[in-house]
Design a protein around this ligand. Structure first.
Ligand SMILES: CC(C)(COP(=O)(O)OP(=O)(O)OC[C@H]1O[C@@H](n2cnc3c(N)ncnc32)[C@H](O)[C@@H]1OP(=O)(O)O)[C@@H](O)C(=O)NCCC(=O)NCCS
Length: 181
């Protein structure tokens, strides 16, 4: 199969999820109205529709978490590099935060990393985003660096990004556990 065919197949295959409870579905352009509604409600500096379209066109893994009535709970967009997976966007709808949905999305991200033999997950998070930083720390990510003036911060200012990473244990899947413990 061509590289493009393999990428497409990887995007279309649903990640395994428990049969009851929230379900993971691949994001497509048909979902972007719902995604954008959550995105602008969750961030002061939201991704644009074009950012999502570009990610989908590039074949980046992009998954939705939906409830039983197909309401959008959250989503992630990531990007594969050599031996690593870089998280570009992780968002949970404000009305349903604090119910374990980010944990579910990150568990899915880790399964995806293992399936593709990626040994590390990377992400950037705003220095001021204490909630997300605490959450990533709780899920096993460690701070590995800082990027100066990475994000826009209003009034022409910029804000630093904290770089965090999670080592993926390739053996954990076969043992039935995972890195989240
Ligand atoms: C950050 C965000 C993704 C968290 O989503 P969530 O669904 O509320 O998180 P969960 O309920 O799955 O919590 C995940 C873990 O983090 C912990 N956690 C959540 N908020 C926390 C906080 N303020 N302090 C410490 N730990 C926290 C939870 O206890 C949980 O750990 P546990 O399962 O071991 O108890 C969500 O608030 C969000 O979308 N915020 C806006 C967008 C954003 O900031 N995205 C991240 C950008 S890098």
């Amino acid at each position: 199969m061509s590289a493009i065919g393999a990428k497409q197949r990887a995007r279309e295959q649903p990640l395994a999820t428990p049969s009851d409870g929230p379900a993971l579905r691949p994001m497509s352009s048909l979902h972007l109205d719902a995604v954008l509604a959550v995105e602008v409600s969750a961030y002061a500096f939201a991704w644009s529709r074009g950012n999502f379209i570009d990610s989908l066109a590039a074949g980046h893994p992009a998954w939705l978490l939906m409830d039983a009535g197909d309401a959008l709970l959250g989503y992630f967009v990531a990007m594969f590099g050599v031996d690593e997976l870089h998280l570009l966007n992780l968002t949970v709808a404000p009305a349903v935060q604090g119910r374990g949905h980010a944990r579910r999305l990150i568990e899915a991200l880790i399964r995806l990393a293992r399936e593709r033999r990626a040994s590390q997950l990377w992400l950037e998070v705003r220095e001021s985003n204490g909630r997300a930083r605490a959450m990533y720390g709780r899920l096993g990510f460690v701070q590995v660096g800082q990027r100066k003036n990475y994000y826009p911060a209003g009034f022409g200012r910029r804000e630093d990004a904290v770089v965090m990473s999670l080592q993926i244990d390739p053996a954990a899947a076969t043992k039935g556990g995972d890195a989240l413990g």
